[in-house]
Write a protein that binds this ligand. Structure first.
Ligand SMILES: [Zn+2]
Length: 381
C-alpha cells in the first residue's frame, strides 16, 4: 500500500464559511446508498446511529435527495429475488411512515421541490439488480407502483437478459427480453441505471432510445482500474446521451493501490462467494448476511480524501461539468471510504475540496445535485 491513513489526516478539506453556505444553498443529491439493508437488520435510522447515514446525519450532511437502493444479492437467484426486494421496499416505507415530518417519498422532480420546500429529505426508491423482477414485467410494474423510479439492470453477476461488468457475458449486452425490459421502463418513465453492467450492455441500452441514463455509483477506470468503474470512452458515451455518472466513494473503486491489494487478498473470498447457496429461504437470508459481513471484514488502510476529488475532476474533464454527480454507495455494511469521509455528515468537505480546486460555485452546485435533478426530470418527470 502506498497510502497510509495517519499521514493523510491533515489533507482533509475542512469547510470554510463560504463552502458551508454554498453547500446549504445547493440541492445535494446522493444517487446511491444501501441503508435499507440496515433497516432490514432492525436498525432505527430515525436517530443517530453507528452506520454511515441516518435521518440526523442526512441533515448534517445537507443532503436533499437520497436514492435508496433495493439491493438484491445474486445468491437469491430467480426464485427468491422478488421476496428480498419486497422486504426492503417494506423497510423503506416503514422508515418513511415512522418519520413523516423529516422524510417523504419522491416520484418526480415536483415531489423533490415540494419536499425540499418543507425541509424534508426527498427519498427516491431504486431497484438495484434486475434479478429482482424474476424475468417478469409484471414485477417491474409492481415495483414501480410501490414507488421505484429507477433500476440498475444487474448487480455483480450477469443475468440471462443483461450482462454485468464483473462476470462473463451471457447475452452480448442485452437479450431480446432485456430490450423488452428497457422499453417497458421507458414506457413507465423509469430511469435506466447502468452502474454494474458491461460496456456492451450500456451501448445496447442507448441503441434503443435517446432517453438520458445514469451510472448512479461508478467511478473512473483511468484512476482505479476495476471493472466496476467506467472507462473514458463510457464516460463520454453516457455524457453524449445527456446522462450523469455518480462518483462512488468505496476505496477499492477510488484508489489503485487499494484495488491491487484487495485483488491479491480476495482470492479465497471469491471461492466462498461463488459457492452454491442454500435453497431454504430462511437459511438463504442468514447465508446472504454472512457473505456480506465476510466481504466487508477485509479492511486495508484507507486512501486520502483527495481521491474523491480526483475522480470528480477526471470525470468532469472527460464527460463535462453537466454529467458528473455523487453516488456514494455508503452503508454497504460500513463500506471503507477515504479518510475524512466517514459518513454522510462529511459531505460539506466535498464542496470545500471542489472550491479549493478552483470550481466556480455554479459548477459545484451542478456536481452536488443539479445534474442528477436534470436527468431525473427528463427521464421520470
Ligand atoms: Zn452497487
Amino acid at each position: 500500500m502506498t497510502t497510509i491513513e495517519t499521514a493523510e489526516a491533515s489533507a482533509i478539506p475542512e469547510p470554510s464559511p463560504r463552502a458551508r453556505a454554498l453547500h446549504e444553498a445547493s440541492l445535494v443529491w446522493d444517487a446511491h446508498m444501501d441503508s435499507l439493508m440496515r433497516v432490514l437488520a432492525g436498525e432505527d435510522l430515525g436517530v443517530r446511529t453507528e452506520g454511515q447515514a441516518d435521518l440526523v446525519r442526512w441533515r448534517e450532511g445537507g443532503v436533499d435527495v437520497q436514492v435508496f437502493a433495493v439491493w438484491v444479492d445474486t445468491v437469491y437467484g430467480r426464485h427468491h429475488a422478488a421476496r428480498r426486494a419486497l422486504q426492503q421496499i417494506d423497510g423503506f416505507h416503514r422508515l418513511l411512515e415512522a418519520n413523516p415530518d423529516r422524510v417523504g417519498l419522491a416520484r418526480s422532480a415536483a415531489d423533490i421541490a415540494r419536499l425540499r420546500g418543507e425541509g424534508k429529505l426527498a427519498a427516491v426508491l431504486a431497484i438495484e439488480g434486475g434479478i429482482a423482477i424474476q424475468n417478469d414485467l409484471a414485477l417491474l410494474r409492481t415495483f414501480h407502483r410501490l414507488g421505484a423510479t429507477s433500476m440498475t439492470l444487474t448487480h455483480s453477476a450477469s443475468l440471462d437478459w443483461a450482462d454485468s461488468s464483473t462476470d462473463a457475458a451471457r447475452c452480448g449486452g442485452l437479450s431480446a427480453f432485456g430490450r423488452e425490459v428497457i422499453r417497458e421502463m421507458h414506457r413507465l418513465r423509469m430511469l435506466v441505471d447502468v452502474s454494474h453492467v458491461s460496456d456492451d450492455c450500456i451501448r445496447a441500452v442507448l441503441d434503443l432510445s435517446d432517453a438520458p441514463i445514469i451510472a448512479s455509483h461508478s467511478s473512473c477506470k483511468a484512476i482505479s482500474n476495476h471493472p466496476r468503474n467506467l472507462s473514458d470512452a463510457m464516460l463520454r458515451t453516457i455524457a453524449a446521451a445527456g446522462g450523469v455518472v455518480g462518483i462512488n466513494f468505496y476505496s477499492q473503486f477510488l484508489d489503485q493501490a487499494y484495488n491491487d491489494e484487495m485483488g491479491r487478498r480476495s482470492v479465497d473470498l471469491l471461492a466462498m462467494l461463488n459457492a452454491p447457496p442454500p435453497l431454504d429461504p430462511d437459511a438463504l437470508d442468514a447465508y446472504a448476511d454472512e457473505r456480506i459481513r465476510t466481504f466487508w471484514s477485509l479492511r486495508l488502510p484507507r486512501p486520502p480524501f483527495e481521491r474523491i476529488l480526483e475522480h470528480i475532476d477526471h470525470a468532469v474533464q472527460v464527460a463535462g461539468i453537466d454529467h458528473v454527480g455523487i453516488g456514494s454507495d455508503l452503508d454497504s455494511g460500513a463500506v471503507p471510504t477515504p479518510v475524512g469521509l466517514d459518513s454522510v455528515s462529511d459531505y460539506p468537505r466535498i464542496t470545500e475540496g471542489l472550491l479549493r480546486r478552483g470550481y466556480a460555485e455554479a459548477d459545484v452546485a451542478k456536481v452536488l445535485g443539479e445534474n442528477f435533478l436534470r436527468v431525473y426530470r427528463a427521464a421520470v418527470g
